[in-house]
Design a protein around this ligand. Sequence first.
Ligand SMILES: [Fe+2]
Length: 189
Amino acid sequence: MENEFREMLLKMLPEIYWIQNETIRDGVVKCHEYVMEHSDWTLADYDKMPFIKSIAGCPVSCLCHTRTVTRMCRMFMDEYNEAYKDHGGYKLDHDTVLAAAILHDIGKFLEWEKTSDGTAVKTSQGRLLRHPVSGAILAAKMGLPDAIVHCIFMHSTEGNTSKRMPEAVLVYKVDEMNFDCIRSGMGVL
Ligand SMILES: [Fe+2]
């Protein structure tokens, strides 16, 4: 059963394979197992759950958004690490960026619950802890490194009160850029 879940998840989110450290990769899978066990969502919902709940009519799913943010973060990181290798040595940590990008919205499965009409409403936990908070707590609970927990927590407005590490800046900006471009395309920005 456990292997079946893992296989299905990796098929849906093959970017998990990009994570080089096996313990981090396992932690990312465990976070997905946890949210599916502790909510009424299933993996099959990942590609149906809307990524913007506040605006009706956006067809982008949570899975599509997560994969896009992850792929864009990787593109940026590859260019960045190459460009500054001999110009200051600025470097983004590969697995921190990828795990954080993949998990940045994982808390949404705890923040929202399904309704019979196919929409989503906030859970009682979600009214108190938005997904950056519940996602960060979950990542910590699954033993992921503090840097990844930090990036998840800091990927939204929650992070505006403190300093983001470089990997957190990237995930935050790429997520926001996707959100704003789509909202602009829908005429609501
Ligand atoms: Fe996001």
